[in-house]
Structures are given as C-alpha cells and as structure tokens.
Design a binder for this molecule. Sequence first.
Ligand SMILES: Cc1cc2nc3c(=O)[nH]c(=O)nc-3n(C[C@H](O)[C@H](O)[C@H](O)COP(=O)(O)OP(=O)(O)OC[C@H]3O[C@@H](n4cnc5c(N)ncnc54)[C@H](O)[C@@H]3O)c2cc1C
Length: 493
Amino acid sequence: MKTFDHIIIGAGSAGCVAAATLAKSGRRVALIEAGGSDEGFLDALDAGRWKNLVGTKHDYDYRIEPQPHGNSSIRHTRGKILGGTSSINTIIAWRTPDYDLERWVEHGADGWGPNEIGPLFDQIFDHVHIETSTLENRFHHDLIEAAGQTGLNLVDFSPQNQVQDGVGYLYFNKKGRMRQSASVAFLHPLDQWGDELTILTNTRAIKILFDGNRAVGVETDQGKFYCDGDLILSAGAFASPTLLMHSGVGPADHLKDVGIEVQHDLPGVGENLLDHPDSMIAWETNRLIPAVDLNAMGMAAFGKTDPSLPVPDMMAHIGTAVFDTYTKPHGYPTAANGFSFSPNVARARSTGTVRLRSNNPADRPVIDFRYFTDPYDQFILTEGIKFSRRVAAESPLKDWIKRELFPGIDVQSDEEISAYARKVAGTVYHPAGTCKMGRADDDTVVVDSQLRVRGMQNLRVADASIFPTMIGVNPNITIMMIGMKCADLILEG
Ligand SMILES: Cc1cc2nc3c(=O)[nH]c(=O)nc-3n(C[C@H](O)[C@H](O)[C@H](O)COP(=O)(O)OP(=O)(O)OC[C@H]3O[C@@H](n4cnc5c(N)ncnc54)[C@H](O)[C@@H]3O)c2cc1C
C-alpha cells in the first residue's frame, strides 16, 4: 500500500488549493474526492450552466430539518465533483472584509488578521482570474440613479477593495464564460501532475483511521490510504463534521446515542452552523430588461440598518429576472420580465447543528439551521425588504415597474413583512462554522489557529467549517484562502 505525505479529503474550494500548494512544494499528496472530474465537462466549466448540475448526481442536494421560524423546504446544493461547490456556484468574488478577519482574531484565530492574510489573497488572485460584469445597460443605469436618490452611491466592489455600503457591479471568478473554480485555477490540466499529486476521483471517504489519537489514513469505498504527515479534512461544512463524528471525534453523548465508539470527545463538532439566509422581493417590468451578465445577476447593494455601523449588515443580490423558487409554491404570481432583490443577513446570529442520523455513513446527516431563532436575523431581513422597496420607489427605476409581484403592496407592517420574508426565505448557500477555529479555553472550538483538531495529532480541517463567525460577503475566495493558509501552516512546520 502506497503511503503519502498528506491526504486531503475533499477536492473543493479549499481542498484543491491546499493540494496544489503542498504538491508544488514537493510534498506527495493524495486528494480524495467523492465526485468525478470536471475536466472537459462543460456544465461545470461554463459558468452560465450551473443549474444543469443542480439536483443531479453532481449535487449532494441536502435537505434540512423543519424550521419553526423559517422555510423548511430549503434545499442546500453542494458540488460533488472536482472543484466541489466552486464548480457549481455563481462565481461572485470578494476578499474577506478586514472587519471579519479582526473578529476571527478576537475569537482566538492568531495569525489570521488582515495584515497576515492580505498576501494570501494576492497569491490566490495570481491563479484565479477575476473580472466584472461586462454588459451594463439602461436598466442598470436607472437602478444606480434610483439607488443614489436613497443615499446609496455607486461603489467599486472589486476584491481589491474593502466592501462598503452602496450599489455596484459584482466581480466574478471567471474568464469570459469560463468558471475559475478551485480545480480550474489550481489543478488543471490534471495531466500536469506526477507523483507529487495523486487525484483519486469517485472515491468516498468513510472514516479517518487513527493510531491512538494520531490520524494515519482514511478508509474509503475504494480501499484504505495512509499518510505519514497531516491528514486534512476539506469536505465542507456538512461533510467535514459528519466524517469526524463517524470517526469517533465529536460530542461524546451524541456519538454514544448513535452507536459510535468515542475516539475523542469534542463537543463543538457539528455546532455553530452558520449561513446567509435571504428572502426575495420582485417586480414585473413593463418592458424587457436588456440581457445582462451570466446568471442574470450583475449587481448588488449593501446597506446599513444604522449609519453608525462600521460595516454594512445587509447585502442584496439584484437579479434581472424574477427569482421565484420559494415564492411560487405559495401561489405568489411570477412574470417573464422582471427584477428581484434578495436581501440577506450579512452576519446572521442564529446558529444550528449538524448531527448524525445513525452510525451508517451512507445516511444523510441531520441538518438543522435553526434559521431566524435569533430575532436579529428577522429584523435584518425585514429591513432588507424595506430597503429594496425604497430603491424601487425612486425614479427612474420606478418607471420600469408594472407591479410588485411579491410580497405584494398589501404587505406593509414589519410583522407582515417578517412573516412573509421568513416563509419564502432561501439561502445564499453559504453553510459554515461547524468545526470552528478559536482558543483553547472555549469548549466549542474544534480547531486551533493552526487548523489542528484539538486533542488529535496529524489532523487538520481546512474548509468553510472553520469559520468562527460568518463573514459579510460571499465566501468562496475566503475558503480558497483557507486552503492556502493550511498548506502554508504545514510547510512552515
Ligand atoms: C448554488 C450556489 C451558488 C453559490 N454562489 C457563490 C458565489 O457566487 N460566490 C461565493 O463566494 N460563494 C458561492 N457559493 C458558496 C461557495 O461556493 C461555497 O461556500 C464553497 O465552495 C465551499 O467550499 P468548501 O471547500 O468548504 O466545500 P466544497 O467546495 O463543497 O468542497 C467539499 C468537497 O468535498 C467532497 N466530499 C464531501 N464528502 C466527501 C467524502 N466523504 N469523501 C470524499 N470527498 C468528499 C465534495 O464532493 C466536495 O468536492 C455558492 C454555493 C452554491 C451551492
């Protein structure tokens, strides 16, 4: 049996970056991925075709537990393919706001401050090509003017800048139509790799193998693989805690309940599940909106519910189509021509859990976001709908509008808006936080600031699950940065 220096479980946003960085530094790496290759597969490579993958074998399509305060029918798309969810996402690119990195440092993430992390983004952007929306048009022009009437200025959302309140064109990790996923940017062409990187696609990790408390390998559906150095778990915010728990690392009581022998009691595994919940408001237009960028989403607006806040607390994606996934089942009208604002809670405070359904690794985990259990999240969403309405009420944008489709103009009080917004709530698809990074005196911390799993040896986590707190922008580039940081930490020894 071949032994590697490192095994990385999950070739997603973080895993591909960590694998390429370690392999380029001369380490012998095995990258284990449950999905197949994305190379030459146009539905994964053309950034306008991601919907072709949703609900197929390339999507884990996670379901969630009933949500007493929100929408229980939300489905969480996650890529099961090389590149992971970066092969199926809408490619909006940001760097992590300094504000959020400073919060992480406050939580005990030593070495993750803006000064230390800044150079990593430069390295990411050496690989990942970023470009902005190219098809400005009359609609966008009128939207910017209307936003200006409400005090929202046109701002440059380039990942070179810190995010600020205002309206602006989004930037994307793409070249023309071609997605710059973690696999495209860091692994392709796959035949460039020799002995330093073995990419094992269609190989599902079942559990981590230990010698005492030292990780030594992984059992997969294709056999066992071993490493001398660190094993890195990069399977994402649902699968990384799930794999840890199937390996006996997690809350002891829960593991005993489902019949798993406890290797190490770590109460924080699967806790602190974060997301960006959103909702939708849409208008039918009295004319066709000229074609805009891929995915009908070229712009966004950021707002502050209190002008004295240091950073925006609400983000709204602006779509030049009627996004009706969660409104249609409730009977709200839709239209062929229209536009949508989807305000989201930039730093949602409700936290949920990922738990095992049973000791059978083939069973789906139990995912409970506990959306809107913190009243703050309800408040931000309500304000987000009102904020969107204020922009739409201004000229010249209002001249485009035939009618408000949903929630509809009869929904006016805060209570009515909140009830509507939560009933049809969606997700920006940013689950995170389930193996959170932080300081040793916090019992719910899973990894230290070096991404090492507490109480274990040769085991790190590098993916969205290490977020201590949610960040105020779309997280994909941040997660690539986490993969690179993990590789650097290992190489620094
Ligand atoms: C529809 C959609 C749109 C999005 N749009 C954006 C956007 O525009 N901008 C943005 O910043 N973010 C966006 N996101 C979110 C972003 O893409 C994710 O947050 C990010 O890709 C997560 O990275 P990760 O490394 O944590 O996990 P992933 O990228 O999901 O990687 C995990 C990998 O592990 C593999 N894996 C899991 N379990 C196993 C196992 N047992 N064995 C082997 N392999 C396993 C998976 O197959 C996957 O390849 C979007 C997400 C979705 C679903």
